[in-house]
Write a protein that binds this ligand. Structure first.
Ligand code: ATP
Ligand code: MG
Length: 400
């Protein structure tokens, strides 16, 4: 005997009508995609749930993949057997003996198929008795068991499920449109990307680099971060923008305190152009209120003036330690703290204005016509695709 199915439950009670259909369809597609290296595994839907048919594969390898997929509430191993009392007894015993760290258990029978001759209550007793007399050291605890063995007798078969593993929650990636994530090599922006994905947002990334002031390793860091994020969705395209010339020009033309404000505005302008080309409807950043000079309310007001695209800022109200905790949990922290400089850290003036004003920044920007340099940066974008299988460094750059 062995577990031959994985039962997948999805939450989001508020889903109705068309949304529900879209949600479920996308979830099934995302699960199939994630399991594509196991060609003989299949993903089926039944009322209100999904099943993965394992076809002999190790359930743990599959669970490891599935538990990161957004939109899944919980996961359980399951055994499918015919509606026969003897087989049900055997399978329940298997479930109990294969539980980890189990001392107390409970059996819960749900009989949907009323033709099955034993009633739920009676079957609870029969199975409980069978388990106790065929094992040693277990006790029944109906209130807080270590393991609840659920027996569901349906028309076509009986399913036995045991321990419940928590899923990643959220909405299936791809059900909430697409966003262009401004991805630096820092701690915050990958966490912002993760949280946006959790709400069903599909991500492309944009990264501004300033070679030779920023190194190849700084770029690699960003690719590695994006690759980590792919385990919560599928592939991610990263638009790498050559930012050196524009950045140098900005800091030549702009009084010290305003350089960073202008630089951020240029990042948004370029990002918006990429959105227009790619049909992306919003931006996402790792901005967090009050962390640094570029993230005061005044600063955000001045920077935000250049775009009317929605900017998703999932971290805006979080404390730094909450952000760090998530970055450790999603395994991006160790990559983020690699020491390589990014373009901002290098050019940032010693005393950036914490209260920049729109009219001042507009005045400084009017002193030089940046259009040509902006367009040159956009033309020079290189697109690298990372996927959850391997990093494929395709030359997509000619698409732009
Ligand atoms: P992070 O930890 O994400 O780098 P931060 O706390 O260092 O954020 P800032 O340097 O002010 O904050 O950057 C704010 C946001 O601007 C970042 O979260 C990111 O979304 C975006 N950003 C900054 N630098 C870059 C870059 N080189 N390329 C792309 N986006 C960037
Ligand atoms: Mg940073």
């Amino acid at each position: 005997m062995q577990y031959d199915h994985i039962l997948i439950r999805y939450g989001e009670i508020a889903l109705k009508g068309k949304n529900r259909k879209k949600f479920i369809g996308k979830l099934q597609e995302n699960i199939r995609h994630k399991l594509k290296e196991f060609p003989d595994v299949s993903v089926k839907r039944t009322q209100g749930r999904m099943f993965v048919l394992l076809n002999g594969h190790d359930p743990h390898a599959i669970i490891n993949k599935v538990k990161n997929i957004f939109g899944i509430h919980s996961i359980s191993l399951a055994i499918k057997i015919p509606n026969e009392l003897e087989e049900i007894k055997q399978a329940a015993l298997f479930a109990l003996e294969n539980g980890e760290n189990v001392k107390t258990f409970k059996v819960s029978v749900k009989r949907i198929n009323k033709v099955f001759p034993v009633r739920s209550q009676d079957l609870n007793q029969v199975l409980g008795g069978h388990l106790l007399s065929n094992t040693e050291g277990y006790i029944v605890d109906v209130h807080h068991p270590d393991l609840e063995i659920k027996v569901e007798i349906r028309n076509e078969a009986t399913y036995i499920t045991s321990s419940v593993i928590r899923g990643a929650g959220g909405l299936p990636v791809g059900t909430s449109g697409k966003s262009l994530l401004l991805l630096s090599g820092g701690i915050d922006s990958p966490v912002a990307g993760y949280l946006a994905m959790k709400r069903g947002v599909e991500i492309e990334a944009i990264h501004f680099e300033s070679p030779p002031f920023t190194s190849e390793r700084a770029k690699q860091k960003v690719l590695d971060l994006a690759e980590k994020l792919t385990s919560y969705g599928a592939k991610i395209n990263i638009h790498i923008v050559p930012f050196t010339k524009l950045q140098q020009r900005i800091f030549q033309e702009t009084p010290d305190g305003y350089g960073m404000t202008v630089m951020r505005r240029m990042m948004l302008r370029i990002s918006e152009r990429v959105c227009q080309k790619e049909g992306i409807l919003s931006l996402a950043t790792g901005e967090n209120l009050g962390q640094v000079a570029s993230q005061t309310m005044h600063s955000m007001n001045a920077i935000n003036e250049v775009t009317n695209y929605p900017i998703i800022r999932p971290l805006i109200t979080m404390d730094k330690d909450e952000i760090i905790e998530i970055s450790k949990q999603i395994d991006t922290y160790d990559i983020s703290i690699r020491p390589y400089e990014d373009c901002c850290t290098i050019f940032v003036p010693k005393a950036p204005k914490t209260k920049p004003k729109r009219d001042r920044v507009n005045y400084f920007e009017s002193k030089f016509d940046y259009e040509e340099l902006i367009e040159e940066a956009v033309q020079g974008i290189e697109v690298v695709q990372v996927s959850d299988e391997k990093q494929v460094e395709d030359a997509f750059s000619d698409l732009l």
